[in-house]
Design a binder for this molecule. Structure first.
Ligand SMILES: [Fe+2]
Ligand SMILES: [Fe+2]
Length: 218
């Protein structure tokens, strides 16, 4: 059994469960019926993803509960940080969906065909989630004169969190790095970050970096 892959699938399966819980909570809190429906649809999709990854773990002969366990603490802490201001929340949601998409796109290249087919169906849903998150962020960026400064700060925090979590043992990103081809993975994540920040008109990395570096990462 590929232990590194079991760890990654455990991290992803638990991440999908957290995404489900988050979307369900958003649906319950929504007052607008259209918004409630949107979050309910997302919640159903995230639950399908969670169950699908659990099923892949079972097919591999792994114990899904055991595979997910090391990631409960880090992911519960990350998702339990509570609501911030709406701009920060919108940045975290947008970049969070984006990182998930990049990780899955990379993961599908290194797994067996059956898992890759399932991941393709997950990515199809996630593309829609990312588009919704981008629309929410664009609206938040127009909400006040200091919105862009707050968004830049939030993007910086998000990157620091990722860099930190890449180094600690049980964090999801560290599990991905253990799977190998880490150089390629880091490039995919940096490229995705640059592309997404530019797409909403923000400076990548939350810093006005020399374009040379930005271009290399894209
Ligand atoms: Fe998902
Ligand atoms: Fe999602």
């Amino acid at each position: 059994m590929n232990k590194a892959l079991v760890q990654v699938l455990g991290a992803v399966a638990y991440g999908e469960l957290k995404a489900y819980e988050g979307a369900k909570a958003e649906a319950e809190a929504a007052e607008d019926p259209a918004v409630r429906l949107r979050h309910r649809t997302v919640a159903a999709e995230e639950l399908r993803h969670h169950k699908g990854f659990v099923a892949r773990l079972e097919v591999m002969g792994a114990d899904p509960e055991r595979a997910m366990r090391p990631f409960r603490g880090p992911l519960d802490r990350y998702h339990g940080r509570g609501p911030d201001d709406p701009v920060t929340d919108a940045v975290m949601a947008y970049l969070g969906e984006g990182v998930a998409d990049d990780l899955l796109t990379w993961l599908r290249r290194v797994v067996d065909d059956e898992t890759a087919t399932f991941i393709d169906s997950v990515i199809e849903d996630e593309v829609g989630h990312e588009a919704d998150a981008a629309a929410d962020l664009r609206a938040a960026l127009d909400s006040g004169p200091d919105a862009r400064a707050r968004a830049t700060r939030a993007a910086r925090q998000m990157l620091l969190h990722m860099a930190w979590s890449g180094r600690t043992g049980a964090a999801p990103l560290a599990a991905f790095l253990r799977l190998g081809r880490s150089h390629e993975l880091v490039q995919v994540l940096l490229g995705g970050h640059v592309r997404r920040m530019r797409a909403v008109g923000l400076v990548p990395f939350g810093l006005p970096l020399p374009t040379r570096i930005v271009r290399r990462a894209a």
